[in-house]
Design a protein around this ligand. Structure first.
Ligand code: PMV
Length: 307
């Protein structure tokens, strides 16, 4: 084993969260400036020690519970290296990505770990394999996730994602400029997905129509993104937010942020991810960015990141 360092980006879902679980398409984009990093340092440990300072955790791999997602990422990486015994080393994990906020922090950490450990053993993983192993860890975090997070983060490119189909990489002429505003703590993704499932089961026809409309928005958003029509994309984000309100995953606080961003000149805004809290994205142009950022903070955003 040699020393190795690797990283992975955060992500946001541009359109199609929740409906993606029901087979509709979604689009996610990476946030390359916001990253998780893993550094493997071979050394005098009595095994493989994971040090995750942001999570205030430091533990030997052999003491980690079977269901621990960080340990699972390391174990999958060691298996991919063909190693039975963990090497004596320290694996330092750092992340600037807020956790439990719909920004893909779990998948980014898993991918950084998988990349660093397999680079250290001289067997870097091809993207498809990396994505598949990261999905195994995602299941530990989220139960039955759609796989959109690990896919967009593996590729670090905008993706068109339909559950059960090969994801497609999108190549927009210009990356959309987003502000990402934190609207407070969110329940676990699986809790939000389960809530939608229950409401869907009690009113299937209504929910099918809402999901189908979200799917249509994803198609239109793809066309807008690929032709660089940001005004149309903004309108579609607004429309998608209204549908997310209708399925009961927004909150008054998220709605306030969305409205504040629009009133300050954003081209469009919506909640992103599972909802119930977490983040709002606002599509901005260069000229309006600062005004929208200030409006989001004034409307109660805990933090505004740029994507
Ligand atoms: O919480 P996030 O950003 O990982 O988003 C979850 C997206 C859902 O569509 C609600 C669930 C999923 O597995 O795709």
């Amino acid at each position: 084993m040699k020393a190795a360092r690797a990283s992975a980006s955060a992500k946001v879902i541009l359109v199609g969260e929740h409906s993606v679980v029901y087979g509709e398409p979604a689009i996610a984009v990476p946030l390359p400036a916001l990253r998780a990093e893993a550094v493997l340092l071979p050394g005098e440990e009595e095994g493989l020690r994971l040090v995750a300072a942001d999570l205030r955790r430091s533990f030997l791999l052999r003491h980690a519970a079977e269901e621990d997602p960080l340990a699972l990422a390391v174990r999958l990486a060691l298996r991919a290296c063909g190693l039975r015994e963990p090497p004596s080393a320290r694996l330092v994990i750092r992340s600037a990505i807020p956790i439990a906020a719909g920004l893909g922090s779990g998948a980014a950490v898993s991918i950084a770990i998988l990349r660093a450990v397999t680079a250290a053993c001289g067997a870097p993983l091809p993207p498809e394999r990396l994505n598949a192993l990261a999905y195994e860890v995602e299941k530990r975090y989220h139960g039955t996730p759609s796989g959109i997070d690990n896919t967009v983060i593996t590729w670090e490119a905008p993706v068109w994602f339909v559950r059960g189909h090969t994801p497609q990489r999108l190549t927009p002429p210009r990356a959309p400029k987003l502000l990402i505003a934190d609207g407070g703590p969110a329940p676990a993704t699986r809790v939000m997905v389960e809530g939608v499932r229950q409401r869907f089961e009690s009113a299937p026809r209504r929910y099918e129509a809402l999901f189908a409309r979200m799917g249509a928005i994803a198609f239109e958003a793809r066309a807008a993104l690929e032709t660089g029509n940001l005004a149309a994309l903004g309108w579609l984000l607004d429309e998608n937010h209204r549908l997310l309100q209708a399925i009961g995953v927004s909150t008054p606080r998220l709605d306030r942020l969305v409205e504040a961003a629009r009133a300050a000149g954003a081209l469009g805004a919506k909640l992103t991810g599972a909802g119930g809290g977490g983040n709002v994205i606002a599509l901005v142009d260069e000229a309006g960015r600062e005004t929208v950022r200030r409006a989001l903070l004034a409307a109660g955003a805990e933090r505004v990141l740029e994507g």
